[in-house]
Design a protein around this ligand. Structure first.
Ligand code: UDP
Ligand code: MG
Length: 139
């Protein structure tokens, strides 16, 4: 196992609810180093591009609407086995199936408004990090 980077978003629902600080604390408690962090708001084309892999899915338009409704926090994170580790901190996509102590179990309202994004594989982590950060911005 080696040190790896992953990408995460604190989604508009959690930022609006003032939960970003607690979510960041959970991520740091799990051993992640924050190597990039920025607040932003997605435009519709950005949200469509970021979630392009889901464009044929029935939830796509709702997802784009949700992800553009307010500010988000984008993060670059580093840890051993970061991609898999962050997915464990997040919990299942549907909070009804999320394990106790996960971000989604604690804070998510439903399968769409689920507080946090995390890359699903090292390759997508690389793509998603480049979508939001230039190499020069990362520690
Ligand atoms: N999503 C949704 N309805 C679904 C599945 C997913 O609204 O039935 C949303 C949800 O916000 C989710 C995002 O689309 O986080 C991306 O879906 P994915 O399957 O990649 O889940 P994740 O990787 O975020 O757990
Ligand atoms: Mg995903």
């Amino acid at each position: 196992m080696s040190v790896e980077r992953t990408f995460s978003i604190i989604k508009p629902d959690a930022v609006a609810a003032g939960q970003a600080g607690e979510i960041l604390a959970m991520i740091q408690s799990a051993g992640f180093k924050i190597i990039g962090l920025r607040m932003t708001r997605l435009t519709e084309p950005q949200a469509q591009g970021f979630y392009a892999v889901h464009k044929e899915r029935p939830f796509f338009s709702g997802l784009v609407k949700f992800m553009t409704e307010g500010p988000i926090m984008v993060m670059a994170l580093e840890r051993e086995d970061a991609v898999k580790g962050l997915r464990e901190v997040m919990g299942a996509t549907n909070p009804a199936n999320a394990a106790e102590g996960t971000v989604r179990k604690r804070f998510a309202a439903n399968i769409e408004r689920n507080c946090i994004h995390g890359s699903d594989a090292p390759e997508t982590a690389g793509q998603e990090l480049r979508f939001f950060f230039s190499t020069a911005d990362l520690l």
